[in-house]
Design a protein. Structure first.
Length: 95
């Protein structure tokens, strides 16, 4: 289960706080939120302080350019490390 809460919202930026398990089944909803915010000309920040689990598809989304321009705050260390590994793997595949 994932809970998405709008933490702050202005005409320039929006911050979404995520809590729970961030899995592949939530990817479409997350993309929709990000796309909508960007279409409105807003910067997007995702606060991951409440996230207890992130699966591989979401890590790939964050690491491989699909989430370009999204700022992650309070991101768990294991997710940052995993994103770095996924990004390096993607670079090797495209080289």
């Amino acid at each position: 289960m994932l809970r998405i809460e709008t933490r702050s919202e202005t005409t320039e930026a929006v911050t979404y706080a995520l809590a729970g398990q961030l899995t592949q089944e939530h990817l479409a909803e997350l993309r929709e939120l990000v796309t909508g915010a960007r279409a409105a000309g807003r910067r997007v920040t995702l606060d991951l302080a409440g996230v207890v689990l992130v699966d591989r598809e979401l890590v790939r989304f964050f690491a491989c350019g699909n989430a370009k321009g999204i700022e992650l705050v309070h991101c768990p260390a294991y997710v940052l490390s995993w994103m770095r590994c996924e990004g390096e793997e993607q670079e090797r595949k495209t080289s």
